[in-house]
Design a protein around this ligand. Structure first.
Ligand code: SF4
Length: 373
């Protein structure tokens, strides 16, 4: 786990911004540079992309609000979308998962932190004002881990304050970390906040999620925030297929429900391993011999991403869904980036693309009243 950054880059436009100055005090670093100096990193990156991915985790940049920071999750056309709204407060992550799509974003050779929360919150408010048909779900865990850098950024409290006053939508912290102290210090806990953990069997975590905490530590953190009053989420994503996967994943489901009360779990998502064809070469160079590359994956329509064959994905989802239902008959289970056909065969549910979030029972936050904003 990173205790200090090697280089912290600062954009000159933020030199008077109070939160940027506070971050300069909070974030430990060895060297402070102006953001223009990052150009050198970008030039090296073209020549040595693999080394740049690893090196980029040891530096960070405080950058100004670049325009749009709240967007729909980049769902694949033709796959069912859960309408997740992504808030890009941080882009980049100190963990180093073999399957992480961020490795392909070679235009960002370091972790970017955007301190101008007030501008981002303005965007969120505009989104909320324009949608009263269904409850929006916002989260910061798409292009980063929501809490991995919380001890440096302290973003959790402003986010909690902001969303406490917008009870008509959900806000989700999605993480693999155990940095929950600031959540535990916040009171009262708003009913529309979900803290969710991405989970995998211990063997997969050990080989594929470098730098991320062990399963037991994640679940202990989940128990702590649940006891404090937060709702929980779990994301089995990506699920790997290998000899013995059934036992391993069933035990993770059992371990979750051994530790947490089913009534506290708001949702669980399932998604099997996938990666873009443009990422395949980089993954092969960085993770030769890893589980990621041991399975047979094929380019699949409509997006050409590498996935397990459809019958195998259906089988994995069916089994996992059954194991979850054995403990929890209520929790909302959904698939990430899957087709309507796979939904039907795996979960026995009819979904229609963008209608998924509205029609198929995504739970509503406590402050949601249809048609009222
Ligand atoms: S925790 Fe998430 S964002 Fe971070 S490296 Fe792993 S997959 Fe990528």
């Amino acid at each position: 786990m990173i205790r200090s950054f090697d280089t912290l880059y600062l954009h000159p436009g933020l030199e008077d911004h109070p939160r940027a100055m506070e971050l300069l005090r909070r974030i430990p670093y060895r060297r402070l540079e102006r953001l223009e100096r990052m150009q050198e990193l970008k030039e090296r990156m073209r020549l040595e992309p693999e080394a740049t991915v690893a090196r980029g985790k040891y530096s960070a940049a405080l950058a100004p609000y670049p325009g749009r920071m709240v967007e729909g999750c980049p769902a694949t056309p033709g796959m069912c979308c859960c309408r997740y709204r992504v808030i890009n407060l941080i882009m980049g992550c100190p963990f180093d998962c073999s399957y992480c799509i961020l490795q392909g974003y070679l235009n960002r050779p370091t972790i970017f932190i955007y301190p101008e929360l007030e501008k981002i919150f303005g965007e969120v408010d505009r989104e909320i004002a324009s949608c009263n048909e269904y409850p929006l779900r916002f989260g910061t865990g798409e292009l980063s881990d929501s809490l991995a850098l919380e001890h440096f950024t302290g973003f959790a409290h402003p986010l909690l304050e902001f969303f406490r006053n917008r009870p008509q939508c959900w806000f989700e912290f999605k993480t693999k970390s155990t940095r929950v102290q600031s959540l535990l210090e916040f009171s009262p806990v708003p009913g529309n906040i979900v803290v969710s953990w991405s989970v995998n069997p211990p063997g997969v975590i050990g080989s594929e999620e470098r730098g991320a905490p062990a399963l037991g530590s994640r679940l202990k953190a989940a128990q702590a925030v649940s006891a404090a009053g937060y709702r929980l989420g779990f994301h089995f994503d990506p699920v790997f297929h290998y000899e013995g996967w059934e036992d391993d994943y069933r035990k993770v489901v059992e371990e979750i429900y051994r530790r947490v009360d089913p009534g506290r779990v708001a949702w669980i998502s399932l998604g099997t391993l996938r990666y873009s064809s443009w990422l395949a070469g980089l993954l092969q160079r960085r993770f030769q011999g890893h589980r990621l590359l041991a399975g047979e994956l094929f380019p699949v329509r409509p997006d050409g991403k590498y996935r397990y064959p459809q019958p195998l994905r259906v089988e994995i989802y069916r089994r996992m869904h059954d194991w979850i239902r054995a403990f929890d008959s209520e929790v909302y289970v959904y698939l990430c980036m899957e087709s309507a056909v796979v939904y039907r065969w795996a979960l026995g549910r009819e979904v229609g693309g963008d209608e998924l979030a509205v029609e198929r029972g995504f739970p509503a936050p406590p402050g949601w009243r249809a048609g009222v904003i």
